[in-house]
Design a protein around this ligand. Structure first.
Ligand code: AAT
Length: 291
């Protein structure tokens, strides 16, 4: 460990640790679920860390939050009811808000401290909570989905931390089953699905489960996030039986002229990168396959 630097050390990526130079530690706390830290970095703005793992930085959060949100929402016409699991920082909410067809946004985040810390230190991200369509539920996403009425949501976005700690069950089969139940026919889910460089075994398990559970489309897409392990992260996009969803060809592009877009223009997402996100390196294509 280098003094004055934060190194992201975890058994989930043994033998490597990306480091950022720390200017100042702004917050350190312990919630019921995890250790929460915020620091000012030299080159990536403020950084949110949970249990030693980087959740976001101000500089590159757009590449994750925009993609995990618009990949599913731009793939279906007129999304109205959206559920976010995790995502207590508010960044995914901020992105969902760009869609004027959306009428209701539920969010279920397990850790209230993440929400409070985001509101204090990341106002440009927590701004997502200010949308009147948003209802915050503080609790476990697994329990929330078990209790959710069937066929409710057009889209579910699982912005979850890694499968060590409170998010473990969000990567397991029963959770995906309740996601499928809570979606309307032809509804879509997008879940954080780790890195093809580091976690192919996790991805293969998720793909196998999703192929059994989701009778529509099942696809893996990815984005670059310099401060996430291996510099990239992927998403599992699935649809339930019903109207066909072709994730690779977005039918609901975000209108660039919309007034909300000009006040806060998209930094990363566009229709070309949407389609490109589904192109996989050959080694990943072989392991994941396509359907
Ligand atoms: N948008 C920032 C990126 C994240 S945040 C993941 C969120 O999921 C955290 O706020 C965490 O508290 C929440 N969470 C974890 N488990 C649960 C659960 N069971 N129910 C509801 N919310 C939960 C993801 C960063 C990915 C990091 C990649 N290395």
């Amino acid at each position: 460990v280098i003094p004055g630097w934060f190194s992201e050390i975890s058994p989930m990526w043994p033998g490597e640790a990306h480091s950022l130079k720390v200017e100042k530690i702004l917050f350190q706390g312990k919630s019921d679920y995890q250790n929460v830290m915020v620091f000012q970095s030299s080159t990536y703005g403020k950084v949110l860390v949970l249990d030693g793992v980087i959740q976001l930085t101000e500089r590159d959060e757009c590449a994750y939050q925009e993609m995990i949100t618009h990949l599913p929402l731009c793939s279906i016409p007129n999304p109205k009811k959206v559920l976010v699991i995790g995502g207590g920082d508010g960044g995914v909410l901020r992105e969902v808000s760009r869609h004027s067809s959306v009428e209701k946004i539920d969010i279920c985040e397990i850790d209230k401290m993440v929400v409070d810390v985001s509101k204090e230190f990341f106002p440009d991200i927590a701004v997502g909570f200010e949308d009147p369509r948003v209802t915050l539920h503080v609790g476990d996403g697994v329990a929330f989905l078990k209790a959710a009425p069937e066929g409710t949501y057009d889209a579910i976005i699982v912005d979850s931390s890694d499968p060590i700690g409170p998010a473990q069950e969000l990567f397991e089969k029963p959770f995906f089953e309740s996601v499928a139940k809570a979606l309307r026919p032809g509804g879509v889910v997008c879940t954080q699905a780790e890195s093809i460089w580091l976690h192919m075994h996790i991805i293969e398990d998720i793909v196998a489960n999703c192929r059994q559970i989701f009778k529509g489309s099942v696809n893996y897409a990815w984005t670059t996030v310099p401060t996430y392990p291996s510099g990239m992260i992927g998403f599992m996009l699935c649809s339930t039986e019903g109207p066909h969803v072709d994730f690779k060809h977005p039918v609901n592009p975000i209108d660039e002229d919309d007034s909300q877009q000009s006040a806060r223009p998209l930094k990363f997402y566009n229709s070309e990168i949407h389609t490109a996100a589904f192109c996989l390196p050959s080694f990943a294509k072989r392991a994941i396959g396509s359907k």
